[in-house]
Design a protein around this ligand. Structure first.
Ligand code: OGA
Ligand code: MN
Length: 207
């Protein structure tokens, strides 16, 4: 397993971004950390499930036709979330050194997709918005089967299908946020992931 904090890892990610703009990296994370993150997601799932069941406004119905996941933002104060955030911090610095991307910070959330839910095709950043630059998606599902659904489908800018990715525990997908439409196909099992975004600061466009 490639050490996520190593120079070799940063080189590999930087090359992938420079060459094709996206990478799929199976088994990047120690199973023990995947297990801890999974457990955290389990705790959040019951919490956010409660929140999601409150209110049945028009906006909520509209959202659910687009995405059915329940989310919970990572919390730097929590020691387990902190481990993932510090790996992302190292990656941020490693990429800035290699590609001069000027990545400023990282935000991420746990996502829990109950059976029957999906996330329709979308892009994570509107072209030109220059806020979310690079997306990461880490999957947290042990022994995901071919019939379990919930695949992440990646498209190129012309909406040609590039790849269909099984959301196996420990697989990390990284892509340029503006360039790659993607979708989560309907899942037949509870499906967990951590989605996150490296951002640049917009402050120099403001006052
Ligand atoms: C997102 C997203 C994919 C996933 O949250 O924007 O595309 O597999 N997530 O969680
Ligand atoms: Mn997305």
């Amino acid at each position: 397993m490639l050490d996520m904090g190593s120079e070799t890892f940063f080189d590999k990610v930087a090359d992938g971004i420079a060459q094709s703009g996206y990478l799929v990296l199976p088994q990047v994370l120690a199973p023990s950390l995947v297990g801890q993150l999974q457990q955290r997601l389990g705790q959040h799932a019951s919490l956010t499930f409660h929140e999601a069941s409150i209110g049945r406004g028009r906006q909520q119905q509209k959202n659910q036709a687009i995405r059915g996941d329940r989310i919970c933002w990572l919390d730097g104060e929590n020691p387990i979330d902190h481990q993932w955030l510090s790996l992302m911090e190292q990656l941020r610095l490693g990429l800035n050194q290699r590609l001069f991307m000027g990545l400023f910070d990282y935000e991420g959330h746990y996502a829990w997709y109950p059976p029957g839910t999906f996330y329709r095709k979308h892009v994570d950043a509107l072209p030109g918005s220059r806020n979310r630059i690079l997306t990461t998606v880490l999957f947290l599902n042990h022994q995901w089967g071919d019939d379990d659904g919930g695949e992440l489908r990646m498209f190129d800018a012309q909406h040609q299908l590039l790849q269909t990715i099984s959301p196996q525990a420990g697989t990390l997908v990284i892509f340029l946020s503006e360039r790659f439409p993607h979708e989560v196909l309907p899942t037949f099992r509870d499906r967990g992931s951590i989605a996150g975004w490296f951002r640049v600061s917009n402050s120099h466009y403001g006052f």
